[in-house]
Ligand binder design. Structure first.
Ligand code: DAT
Ligand code: MG
Length: 139
């Protein structure tokens, strides 16, 4: 089934000029980037986006980090996109990420791990509409 997933190129990656390289990895893996924009997320938006993690000890730092510098938010389209992009990203902690994954290549640490990807169809729908209106997703 063709799916859409939300990807975020996080501040540690935009800061190091890795947007193009990560886009290239994504496109080379067969995803279509059907929407993309560079934005600065407010702390309030970050808290809402990551509200599922509100009880975690790293929540405050996570929200501060995501809102600290520009990010690139994007919608990726592919067969089985949600699971496939999780595979391409690699494990949350880059120490555990497989060879060839984006996080293995670029992540600095578990908290500065370069990319976000939705983890299920419901979260993908929520996260895409969090950042994009229908007219911004042109296919
Ligand atoms: P993922 O981004 O792989 O979906 P997650 O949803 O469990 O991982 O966590 C969201 C983000 O929170 C993750 O990308 C980085 C941060 N994070 C997760 N676990 C952490 C930890 N133990 N220490 C610091 N930051 C953490
Ligand atoms: Mg997650």
């Amino acid at each position: 089934m063709i799916e859409w997933t939300l990807s975020i190129i996080k501040p540690d990656a935009t800061r190091r000029n890795l947007t193009g390289e990560i886009d290239n990895i994504i496109e080379s893996a067969g995803f279509r980037i059907i929407a993309q924009k560079r934005i600065l997320i407010s702390l309030e938006q970050a808290k809402k986006f990551y509200e599922i993690h509100a009880s975690k000890p790293f929540y405050d730092d996570l929200c501060k980090f995501l809102s600290s510098e520009p990010v690139v938010v994007q919608v990726l389209e592919k067969e089985n996109a949600i699971e496939e992009y999780r595979q391409l990203m690699g494990a949350t902690n880059p120490t555990n990420a497989a060879e060839g994954t984006i996080r293995k290549r670029f992540a600095i640490s578990v908290d500065q791990n370069s990319v976000h990807g939705s983890d299920a169809p419901e979260t993908a729908a929520r996260e895409i509409s969090f950042f994009f209106s229908n007219v911004e997703i042109v296919g």
